[in-house]
Write a new protein. Structure first.
Length: 301
């Protein structure tokens, strides 16, 4: 939300899910801290645009005759942003832990700018909503544990998942919190369930070096354990895990590369928002996150 308020990208919906960030101290008070923060904000910017580029490419290829399953979606606002751009798939699913889902549904029910677009896109029978799930004709939120694929599939099918539709699965900083076996099971389930599918995974990479170790230690100090970090050792290890799980084609690029691909006029604009000349930390950070994507394509899309 802070990045949006500063102007890194537009998201009119995040304000309904996240409280306003506290005001920051002036740059000269804590330049090192600000340098780090600038790096993280720009990394977020590259992530939002990089993931969005792949999602829109999939929607274009399928002419929106597809479904999206956002795994570990949290307070993500993509459904509303796609609706605004007239890019909604046939159905958009979100999955997260029941506790997170309950919080999101409470926000949607209590805030008309969130509930109204769901009602506008809904057709057919009455909209179903309870504390741990929401189901409309175009948007569903499902409370489930991604570590249990059979339960996940059952709940998604109950909410109208069609395994014959081209399907895009999105996981942003999700698989790294699962053990390698658990994430492999999830990826294998997806690859074996949908004949035409794509998966996008955004998470850490190059975690074996000193910078990666410091990132891990910082997270551990906050009781945040990256159970799947061994699969984040390189771009090759990220690609291989996808191929080993049954995906036909897999690619991975670090966020520095993503940043270089983004429209340069917009990159100049965001670099001018909070100009800082020391970019070494930023580059290190960007080299320790990546976007990977894989596909299987029986109908040659």
């Amino acid at each position: 939300r802070f990045a949006v308020s500063v102007g890194y990208w537009k998201d009119p919906y995040i304000q309904y899910f996240v409280r306003q960030a506290k005001e920051r101290k002036a740059p000269e008070i804590n330049r090192g801290k600000l340098e780090q923060e600038w790096g993280h904000l720009t990394c977020y910017y590259a992530r939002v645009h990089g993931v969005s580029y792949l999602i829109k490419a999939f929607l274009e290829k399928t002419q929106c005759n597809c479904q999206i399953v956002n795994l570990g979606a949290g307070m993500d606002t993509l459904f509303w942003r796609l609706k605004d751009e007239n890019l909604l798939p046939r159905k958009y699913f979100e999955v997260d832990f029941p506790m997170i889902v309950a919080r999101k549904i409470h926000n949607i029910k209590s805030k008309p700018p969130l509930s109204k677009p769901i009602m506008e896109s809904h057709s057919g029978d009455s909209l179903l909503i309870d504390s741990h799930s929401l189901d409309s004709s175009r948007y569903s939120i499902v409370g489930a544990d991604l570590r249990c694929s059979s339960d996940l599939e059952e709940k998604l099918k109950k909410h109208g998942l069609d395994v014959h539709l081209p399907t895009l699965l999105v996981a942003e900083c999700v698989l790294v919190y699962m053990t390698p076996q658990q994430s492999a099971n999830l990826l294998r389930w997806a690859a074996s369930t949908f004949p035409v599918a794509m998966v996008i995974n955004y998470e850490q990479v190059n975690m074996g070096d000193r910078f990666g170790q410091i990132m891990i230690e910082n997270l551990q100090r906050r009781q945040c354990n990256l159970a799947g970090v061994e699969l984040c050792s390189s771009l090759d290890s990220q690609r291989e895990r996808l191929l080993a799980s049954g995906w036909e084609d897999a690619r991975a690029i670090d966020m520095m590369k993503v940043y270089s691909f983004l429209p340069q006029a917009d990159v100049k604009r965001i670099e001018a928002l909070e100009f800082l000349d020391e970019k070494e930390l930023f580059e290190q950070l960007m080299q320790h996150y990546c976007i990977c994507w894989a596909s299987k394509d029986s109908s040659n899309l």
